[in-house]
Design a protein around this ligand. Structure first.
Ligand code: UTP
Length: 402
């Protein structure tokens, strides 16, 4: 059965009733290209996260990093100088909580001057490339929704001083979005709502975009992948790279010490002996409060969406199935009367794969501790928790004038 023949699909059917035959042909063309089995995940959403046995994983703590700083730094800087390190900025999200119509990276985080999120990230990267005396190939993942605006923004700002030949954009894939009953929302009378399919497909999208040849030609062995919204994000951090290599690991994750046992952050641990991230809502009270002999939490380090992966290992897992997460989001849509609705609260589901699930596909992963006051200022909301307000305070705390 074609999706438009399904009586439950009220938004599609309402649009089709009003459309001209030509408009319906346009719509049907789009509908035929979509794999609708994605909607089955709504029923399976309770089981997608069925997990194995969690156990704690020792982190490389700041005290150790400080003691071995010179060694880690040299290994990391050498890897950068030998062009073995690439960086991938995940900027395909829609930032629905922030509610900006433009790409999140175009947010002005300055107060008395203009300072864009993208600009601050590039500044952070250039501190490293200045030290290394070598540039890091920089790949930016966008979506169809924000690609043009993102590229244009970089062009207008002359790549914030980073050499353009080291910057490449690629777009991620999209999936339809629906209401809580699985009824697919309409974007307009001839298009259903399509949303970016999460940040987990970034490597596959790079391959689809033909960038594997670029990675190979440059001889990249390590890829640092990170979120757009942490303005204190350290990119291609030599110490992090050095520590991951020194430990002989195929991946590393930057982590921060949890503030409290119930902090809402995913914790890096093991699951059935392999590295994994336990979401806060997957942790039992016992797990969340368990302590080591020295009083520290056993599951005490949260991930901040900054990972380092071995390129070779990424290629090996490129075709592996990744779990689909059914995520509640605010989804603007055209209702059955043809009015465009901008919801104030979540009103349906998007389907996403997540980069954190890649960690479980790695044989090992070092949790690398960083000081949250220096490296973690996520901007998810305009005000309140993890917001532009809190990020500005954190930036000021690091001596960055706004
Ligand atoms: P979030 O999970 O915070 O999602 O993304 P989001 O879309 O930015 O914001 P909300 O939830 O709608 O408010 C974490 C990181 O992953 C990227 C984002 O751009 C951000 O850097 N991301 C997210 C993608 O690149 N693609 C996606 O499909 C989703």
């Amino acid at each position: 059965m074609n999706i438009w023949e399904d009586e439950r699909q009220c938004y599609i059917r309402a649009a089709m009733e009003k459309n001209s035959p030509e408009e319906n042909e346009v719509l049907k063309e789009q509908l035929k290209k979509i794999d609708w089995s994605i909607l089955e995940h709504i029923e399976r959403k309770e089981t997608v996260n069925e997990r194995g046995v969690f156990a704690p994983l020792e982190a490389v703590e700041i005290s150790e990093i400080t003691a071995r700083e010179a060694e880690f730094r040299e290994i990391g800087l050498n890897a950068i100088r030998e062009q073995k390190v690439g960086a991938v900025l995940l900027a395909g999200g829609q930032g629905t909580r922030l509610g900006l119509d433009k790409p999140k990276g175009t947010l002005n985080i300055g107060v008395n001057r203009e300072l864009y999120l993208f600009e601050q990230l590039l500044k952070n990267l250039m501190e490293v490339t200045d030290e290394a005396g070598a540039y890091v190939p920089f790949y930016i993942m966008t979506s169809n929704i924000n690609h043009e605006d993102t590229v244009q923004f970089f062009e207008e700002h002359a790549y914030f001083g980073y050499p353009k030949e080291y910057v490449k954009f690629f777009t991620q894939e999209m999936e339809p979005a629906c209401d809580y009953q699985g009824r697919v929302y309409m974007e307009s009378s001839t298009e259903v709502v399509m949303s970016p399919n999460g940040n987990g497909g970034w490597f596959g999208s790079m391959v689809n975009a033909g960038l594997l040849a670029d990675i190979k030609a440059r001889g990249i062995e390590w890829i640092n992948v990170f979120a757009v919204d942490n303005c204190l994000q350290r990119i291609a951090d030599p110490l992090f790279i050095g520590a991951t290599i020194a430990y002989g690991c195929v991946s590393g994750a930057k982590v921060v010490r949890k503030c409290a046992p119930d902090e809402r952050v995913g914790v890096l641990c093991t699951e059935d002996g392999k590295p994994s991230i336990a979401e806060y809502y997957e942790m039992t009270e016992e797990m969340a409060t368990a302590r080591k002999a020295n009083g520290d939490l056993q599951y005490g380090f949260g991930v901040i969406l900054n990972y380092l992966f071995s390129e070779q290992r990424l290629e090996e897992i490129a075709d592996a199935h990744m779990p689909i997460h059914v995520v509640e989001k605010k989804i603007p849509y055209m209702d059955v009367d043809g009015n465009y609705v901008k919801p104030e609260a979540p009103n349906g589901y998007k389907f996403e794969t997540l980069v954190l699930d890649m960690v479980h596909m790695m044989d090992n992963c070092i949790p690398y501790e960083v000081d949250r006051a220096k490296e973690f200022a996520p901007i998810k909301n305009l005000h309140g928790v993890d917001s532009l307000d809190t990020a500005r305070e954190l930036l000021k705390g690091c001596g960055i004038e706004l």
